[in-house]
Design a protein around this ligand. Structure first.
Ligand code: AMP
Ligand code: ZN
Length: 468
């Protein structure tokens, strides 16, 4: 099996990916908080995870992937102060938490499917696993890793030597930045301790509550991912991921409570996607107005143009969204699909060339998921005159198992009539120029089109063109 190399936040290195069990991968993705629509930044994160998931499967791994749906416990601070985001939505919309969760979960998976993200094998809402969190918290209390105070249960980070293992064993900028937004909590022994279970009167209006050995209340956000992951994927995890903002406090706390509960190392690889930004910085739901995949679609964009835009950059690099960039991605994707549609289906696949290009593709995609280089392999393939059309088609079909851009789906090719009209007009203008022996003008028109990726082909029958 080809070895995948992947950046591991835990070691801050690109490493060879070796799952615990040969050929089998257990993958966990932190799911959305369903108090609002997912913005295109969230979706970029899930596209990154989808590429990882599909690359593993492409390379032959048997992957089991789980994802939670956060429908309780995620406070506005991402820590222990502020209000449950579901409560914010409840007040905003005058509905029950479960109605809100249902609505935004459906909206999320709608957009998720529009950008061709594959459903994880297991998807579980936080509210459906309360008994698992109670089991973990009970043991953490018994073993002295947690304490009750002011009605809440907190994890005592002083019990760990390596609490900051994911942030390089230090309170780096990420940690300090995250802490600054959090109010003091006099119930905590150490302000860096974090809540496992809330019951205090501060949250008395909380709609969703459950009985627990520590009183009626609800779970903290971090415990849900530990609980769901351990419940569905077992005591060992190969990869766990989210956006870079999840590194602290969410994933740091997940490691602390999971490993204290299990008594051993829990997850070997931590995978984090960089953010999508807008002109004002990180795209976030709390900013009020934000862009969704469905909104882009309403504006006439193909959601896969957004996926294509994401694939053109590396998942560990910040990406700035702009309509210009999306327009560019849309038109390049259209050209690409047209070009692919024009490939003949006759003849036989040249296995030697097939293997040659498949290996080039694997080399790039397995190098820390270098999607933009993998796309370049495809462009080079399309240009290669030594490779016949049917081999090109089969290879593109194969690459699209990872890209998931519907590259061979004819019905998704929207004839860009404006571009077509422009080209036809230029061809006529050029023919006219040639007739008038104005060859400089004719050549200028040919070069202009070439710079736009349109190659003119002259023959006795006239001039046709090819998109390159
Ligand atoms: P949330 O629904 O807020 O819990 O976020 C869902 C996922 O999206 C989390 O894993 C976040 O890390 C990620 N995320 C949030 N904002 C962005 C962004 N602007 N760009 C990329 N990923 C993001
Ligand atoms: Zn999580």
């Amino acid at each position: 099996m080809i070895c995948l190399k992947i950046y591991n936040t835990l070691t801050r290195k690109i490493e060879e990916f070796i799952p615990r069990e040969e050929n089998k991968v257990k993958l966990y993705t932190c799911g959305p908080t369903v108090y609002h629509y997912a913005h295109i930044g969230n979706i970029r994160n899930y596209i990154g995870h989808d590429i990882f998931d599909k690359t593993l499967r492409y390379l032959g791994y048997d992957v089991t992937r789980a994802m939670n749906i956060t429908d309780v416990g995620h406070l506005t601070s991402d820590s222990d102060s502020g209000e449950d985001k579901m409560e914010v939505a409840r007040k905003r919309e005058g509905k029950t938490s479960m109605e809100i969760a249902k609505f935004y979960t459906e909206a999320f998976f709608n957009d998720f499917a529009k950008v061709n993200c594959k459903m994880p094998e297991i998807v579980s809402p936080a509210t459906e696993n309360i008994e698992m969190y109670i089991k973990i918290i009970t043991k953490l209390l018994e073993d002295g890793y947690a304490y009750e105070s002011g009605g809440n249960v907190y994890f005592d980070i002083s019990k760990l030597e390596n609490y900051y293992v994911l942030t390089n064993n230090q309170e780096d900028d990420l940690v300090v930045g995250a802490r600054e937004s959090v109010e003091e909590d006099s119930n905590k022994r150490n302000q860096a301790d974090f809540a496992l279970w809330f019951t205090t009167s501060k949250f008395e209006n909380h709609e969703l509550t459950w009985d627990s050995p520590w009183g009626v209340g609800y779970p903290g956000w971090h415990i849900e991912c530990s609980g769901i992951s351990i419940k569905y994927l077992g005591e060992y995890l190969d990869v766990h991921g989210g956006g870079v903002d999840n590194i602290f406090p969410h994933h740091t706390n997940e490691i602390a409570q999971s490993e204290s509960y299990l008594g051993h190392k829990w997850c070997n690889y931590w995978f984090h996607n960089e953010h999508l930004l807008d002109e004002t910085g990180k795209m976030s739901k709390s900013k009020g107005e934000f862009l969704t995949v469905s909104l882009l679609e309403e504006k006439g964009y193909d959601p896969l143009a957004f996926r294509f835009m994401c694939l053109n950059s590396h998942y560990r690099k910040q990406l700035v969204f702009s309509y210009d960039a999306l327009d560019q991605a849309s038109s390049t994707l259209q050209k690409l699909k047209k070009k692919i549609a024009s490939l003949s289906t006759d003849g036989e696949v040249d296995t030697e060339k097939f293997d040659l290009y498949k290996n080039k593709f694997i080399e790039e995609i397995s190098n820390d998921l270098n999607t933009s280089n993998a796309l370049t392999v495809m462009y080079n393939l399309l240009k290669d005159t030594e490779v016949n059309d049917i081999t090109k088609r089969s290879l593109i079909e194969d690459f699209d198992k990872v890209f998931s851009l519907d590259l061979l789906k004819e019905e998704s090719i929207d004839i860009d009539s404006d571009l077509e009209k422009e080209i036809e007009g230029k061809i006529k203008e050029r023919a006219e120029a040639k007739k008038n022996k104005d060859f400089a003008k004719a050549d200028a028109i040919r070069d202009e089109l070439l710079s736009k990726g349109v190659k003119l082909i002259d023959s006795r029958e006239g001039t046709t063109y090819e998109l390159i």
